[in-house]
Design a protein. Structure first.
Ligand SMILES: Nc1nc2c(ncn2[C@@H]2O[C@H](COP(=O)(O)OP(=O)(O)OP(=O)(O)O)[C@@H](O)[C@H]2O)c(=O)[nH]1
Ligand SMILES: [Mg+2]
Length: 1094
């Protein structure tokens, strides 16, 4: 990078009004990186001849090889528009689903986005995802419809057809935006309503919410060429335009006012040559719309002359009329595209069109919406106005975007990325100045003279060995290899960050605010006016760090900076010890941590990794740690078995992670297991009616297996465990102090789906409950409250029928991890506990019956047991899904934790005699119900049990007992595995459709629907495919269709595998067919759909 341009950028960084932070978003392969090339070329960083071919921002080798972007990377560009000079901080993001977490990290740092859509493919699944991500982060998008050349050359559309096609694409994009907008407005309206209610009480507050859908101004939300937020382009040929440009050209040429043209160039208008007027109703009158006549026709005829007909004369004419200069070698070039892009890139340079749209339409850091600031600052369900006053004050700092010395520094790090240490500017070779060259020359001359002299004396003294040896040692020390440490430090981590307030300086001390940091707590614990330079007392989730080197991100290169003012994107060195993946940094302890990033990707593909040579384990461990830090989405864990497991978002992501691990972070040979297929375990309803013989036969087999299982388990714990024929499991703790009866019930499918889709909300609910339990009340936003209410209502709607009466109010917990898709129900009639929905009873708290203290103390043990049971099921230790555990009986010996152990002993001694009375005590709980536990299945309590203390505390035993009871209850029902499923959208031409179906069928995929893409000869197929069958799927499809179809696999849902995993082959034929191991868990999948004939 030239010295002068660096100076310029540093100067521009100080003027936030003219800064634009934006990212390029799109579905995979729609041309983001190609477009970025054109913009980069406009700054002379790469030659314009190479723009589009180099894909400069794809700096990794594998990105170039595969032709897809895998990491977001940023570059700063300057752009002059009239008298104004702008600094454009551009981030190119990947479009492949596997890397969507890189999109999340990019979007967070931006104020705007360029959404690119392929003119042929139109809106694709990832297009919708990125539009949503832009919405979630409140950043403003502009649209580039790219690859218009394909409409001309590939689809051979006429200009008129192309116009209709482009209109459709705009409609599609706007439909997506429309959905997002409507849901948002509705939400806001609801929020406004409830806030109004509150403000009635507080009186003088003013809210400027846009009220309802009708009143909300959505006109500048939509993409429309006349709004100036759409550019039509062919990035590969280097051209692009907005209708502003053509309005200008024609207003001069035809003497029509530019404003009129702006309004009429796009839409149903035509030119009446006779009347010299622009009229409406082109379609009805069968006239050429203005856009076709004045814009598209020009481009079509240019392509026709240059590419299709290669008409030299015509080309010359066009070149002169456009007033562009073309070099002779371009005219003679064998590839007409060279000439074409030479002409187009001068006539309608895409960089000019895109950058001027960006500078005009996208907000500067100064225009950050207050709403966005509040969203960034309100972690989880917290209401902004419930934050401490000092924290709320900081909102001003965000909005002012001030680079004053006294402005608090606020920085958000959205990811950490690794660079080769040698590539850092401080180690980079730079051209020498004249002076340095002279100095070096002098040094070299000196050395040469010395050597000559030494040689001379060496020859003289050759006989004296010692001297020679000395000389050798001397040279040895010079050539000493670099220490090992150096070798290890090859990767340096740089934080990808943005300054939201203040000026960051190298060496500055700042607070690092962890995601759970609470500014209220911090402010109360820290002495007033405390800064990160002081010695800071211990505060949870708060630490201090020193800013290392600051960098300007220039694609493949970094430039060192001394300081970076507010509103800019930057790289920060020296944070790897303090920041794992993302963090909030600030000089003010009042600053809250930013809300966590919205990740769309689900890490689902797991592999176990080993070093080829076992001795290299420490290197692998270190490498995996680095990989974990360098990737926003990869997860690294060590399983109980000691295996090192890597979890990634998909096959391509996995491959990239393995490459990185091998070549950069561990630098050793590694071997990765086949992907470990994730399963979920569930139970289903036992068949109600008599099935066909086959099924019944199977049921019997199942029954036999269960019997075997039960026998074996009962042999172990028969004195404490009872299973009744209805599946109710009663278990007593080894110390005989507590008994629980639990039944497993399959949840209706819709409920499971609802729970699985509401995990975030349930997690929030759990957090709220947690703080209520701790006696703190958390002010949660109305929006969250309403969402919780909605969830409750939906659950009530879905859980109907006698079996589920009052079930929703009786929910005890969700699991695993307290927010999973399984329920624990409190069906112990006499046991009352605070509802999980208690945050909804604000103000009018339901009269709480005094909970039985003895049981209440152990409430949490039951929950913990349930969490453990749902975390790993009995079939293959995979998490459960869609299972409801109903606790139907629970009693605890009179002993409370406060009582002494000896009294417990006493209890046990008096046990036998008191059994009746105890049973009665227990029946208090059962008397209302049919009391399934009161029947013959009641746990037998053996009084000869030893004193409690030899088994440890009651709560621990209760946890274990609950877990075991859940597991037993689960096993008492017909069990099934659930397989992870992908959905995929495949676009394919009619010729290869058959082959696509072939591959799908072979891999047990299911086609959901198929439709013809309008205006093309492409079919869009939507299918589901088990994750287990997906490895190599994309490659196979590509190969079988010669690259014509390329699917995107997105994790969708879990699906019950209908066959029984415990089915075992019993006849000889079955053995022959399935082999002996047909009973192993994963085989369930294979057996699936290949059941034995009746
Ligand atoms: N015909 C045509 N092809 C284009 C155009 N722009 C890009 N391409 C081609 O489309 C392919 C993908 O381009 P990229 O720029 O790598 O796409 P991308 O959106 O960055 O892809 P990912 O980063 O992997 O999501 C390349 O082969 C480009 O040459 C265009 O305007 N017209
Ligand atoms: Mg790309």
């Amino acid at each position: 990078m030239g010295h002068s341009s660096l100076e310029k950028i540093i100067a521009l960084q100080r003027n936030p009004e003219n800064i634009r932070n934006l990212c390029i978003l799109a579905h995979v392969d729609h041309g983001k990186t190609t477009l970025a090339d054109c913009l980069v070329a406009s700054n002379g960083i790469i030659s314009s001849r190479l723009a589009g071919k180099l894909r400069y921002l794809d700096s990794r080798e594998d990105e170039q090889l595969r032709g897809i972007t895998m990491k977001s990377s940023a570059i700063s560009l300057h752009f002059t528009q009239g008298e104004k000079e702008y600094l454009v901080n551009l981030i190119d993001s990947p479009g492949h689903v596997d890397f969507s977490s890189e999109v999340s990290t990019a979007v967070r740092l931006c104020d705007g986005a360029i959404v690119v859509v392929d003119a042929v493919e139109g809106v694709c699944p990832q297009t919708q995802v990125v539009l949503r991500q832009a919405w979630l982060e409140n950043i403003r998008p502009v649209l580039v419809i790219n690859k218009i050349d394909r409409l001309i050359i590939e689809l051979k559309l006429t200009s008129q057809e192309a116009y209709a096609h482009l209109q459709k694409i705009l409609e599609q994009v706007n439909a997506v935006t429309g959905t997002l907008f409507t849901s948002k407005v509705l939400e806001e309206r609801a929020e406004k309503d409830s806030e109004e209610k509150e403000s009635d009480l507080s009186g003088d507050q003013v809210y400027d919410w846009s009220a309802g859908l009708e009143e909300a101004d959505d006109s500048n939300l939509y993409f429309s060429p006349d709004q100036g937020n759409v550019v039509f382009a062919s990035a590969i040929d280097g051209w692009g335009f907005s209708i502003q440009q053509f309005a200008q050209i024609y207003s001069q040429r035809m003497g029509i006012r530019a404003e009129v043209l702006l309004k009429t160039l796009w839409g149903d208008f035509y030119l009446n040559a006779k009347a010299k007027k622009i009229m409406k109703g082109a379609q009805a009158k069968g006239k050429k719309p203005l856009f076709v006549q004045l814009v598209l026709d020009n481009i079509w005829s240019l392509y026709d002359a240059v590419v299709t007909r290669r008409d030299k004369e015509k080309v010359e004419k066009v070149v002169t009329s456009l007033g562009v200069k073309v070099m002779a070698r371009d005219t003679r070039h064998s590839d007409p595209k060279v000439l074409l892009s030479a002409i187009c890139s001068q006539w309608l340079p895409v960089s000019q069109a895109v950058l001027s749209m960006v500078c005009e339409k996208l907000p500067s850091p100064l225009d950050m919406a207050a709403e966005r600031v509040e969203k960034l600052m309100s972690v989880g369900a917290r209401r902004f106005d419930s934050l401490p006053e000092e924290t709320q004050e900081l909102k001003k700092a965000f909005l002012q975007c001030s680079s004053q010395e006294n402005a608090p520094v606020i920085i958000f790090v959205s990811k950490m990325f690794a660079v080769d240490t040698k590539a850092l500017p401080q180690y980079r070779q730079r051209p020498l100045t004249q002076e340095e060259i002279a100095q070096r020359r002098e040094l070299a001359r000196q050395r040469h003279a010395d050597r000559m002299a030494a040689d001379q004396s060496a020859a003289d003294l050759a006989k004296y060995d010692s001297t020679t040896q000395d000389g050798q040692t001397a040279s040895l020390t010079v050539k000493e290899p670099k220490p090992e440490e150096d070798e290890q430090q090859k990767e340096t981590f740089i934080a990808f960050a943005r300054v939201y307030s203040g000026v960051v300086k190298r060496g500055q001390r700042v607070f690092v605010l962890g995601p759970k940091y609470d500014p209220a707590q911090g402010l109360s614990m820290l002495p007033e006016g405390c800064t990160a330079t002081d010695s800071v007392p211990e505060v949870p989730h708060l630490s201090c760090c020193t800013m290392g080197n600051l960098y300007l991100l220039m694609g493949r290169e970094l430039e060192e900076l001394e300081e970076v003012p507010c509103g800019n994107v930057l790289g920060i060195g020296g944070l790897e010890e303090y920041v794992l993946k993302s963090a909030t940094l600030s000089t003010s302890p009042a600053c809250p941590p930013f809300t966590p990033l919205n990740f769309e990707a689900t890490p689902i593909v797991r592999v176990a990794i080993e070093p080829k040579h076992p001795s290299e384990m420490p290197k692998l461990v270190r490498g995996m740690r680095l990989l974990n830090q360098a990737d926003p989405c990869a997860e690294v864990l060590i399983q109980e078995t000691g295996e090192h497991v890597l979890v990634t978002a998909g096959e391509v992501h996995l491959q990239r992670c393995l490459d990185d691990l091998r070549d950069r972070f561990a630098k050793i040979e590694i071997s990765a297991s086949k992907p470990i297929i994730p399963f979920r375990e569930t139970v289903i309803r036992p068949p109600k009616v008599d099935m066909v013989n086959e099924e019944m036969g199977k049921q019997q087999k199942v029954a036999i297996i269960h019997q075997v299982k039960e026998e074996s388990s009962q042999a172990r714990t028969s004195d404490t465990l009872q299973v009744d024929p209805s599946g109710l499991v009663t278990l007593t703790t080894p110390n005989r102090l507590a008994t629980v009866s639990i039944r497993a019930i399959p949840l209706p499918e819709e409920v499971t789906r609802l729970l699985d889709g509401s995990l975030e909300l349930i997690r929030t609910l759990e957090q709220v409950n947690m703080s209520l339990r701790e006696g703190r009340s958390l002010d949660i936003s109305t929006r969250t409250l309403e969402a919780i209410e909605g969830l409750k209502a939906k659950l009530e709607g879905l859980l109907q029928g006698r079996k589920w009466r009052n079930a929703v109010d009786r929910i005890w917990a969700f699991g695993p991890r307290r927010y999973g898709p399984n329920l624990l129900l409190n069906n112990v009639d006499s046991y009352q506990r605070p509802s999980v929905w208690q945050c909804l009873f604000k103000g009018n708290k339901p009269s709480k019956p005094a909970p039985q203290a003895a049981l209440r103390d152990f409430d949490n043990s039951i929950i913990s047991g349930f969490q453990l049971a749902t975390l790993s099921g009995p079939m293959c230790e995979e998490p459960l899904m869609g299972v409801c555990f109903s606790v139907e009986r629970w009693d605890i010996q009179a002993s409370t934790p406060l009582q002494q152990q000896d009294s417990v002993e006493e209890d046990s001694i008096s046990h036998e005699s008191s059994e009746d009375s105890r049973a009665e005590g227990g029946s208090e709980m059962d008397e209302q119900g049919e009391g399934p536990a009161a029947g013959p299945n009641q746990a037998k309590r053996r009084p000869e049990a030893g004193p409690a203390d030899c088994y440890g505390p009651v709560s621990g035993q209760l946890i274990a007992a609950t877990k075991e009871a859940c597991r037993q209850a689960f096993q008492a029902q017909p069990q099934r595995l659930m397989a992870a499923m992908y959905t995929c959208d495949i676009m394919a031409t009619a010729e290869v459709l058959g082959r696509v179906y072939g591959v799908l069928g072979k891999r047990e995929g299911r086609v959901l629907h198929e439709e013809m893409k309008e205006g093309t000869d492409m079919f869009i197929i939507k299918a589901v495919l088990p994750v287990a069958e997906s490895f190599g799927f994309a490659d196979e499809i590509r190969k079988r269709t010669s690259g014509l179809a390329s699917p995107q696999l997105v994790f969708s849902h879990w699906e019950v595998i209908s066959s029984d995993p415990y089915w075992v082959p019993t006849t000889e034929e079955e053995y022959l067919h399935f082999g002996e191991k047909a009973d192993s868990a994963n085989q369930a999948l294979k057996i699936h759909e290949r059941r034995p004939p009746p």
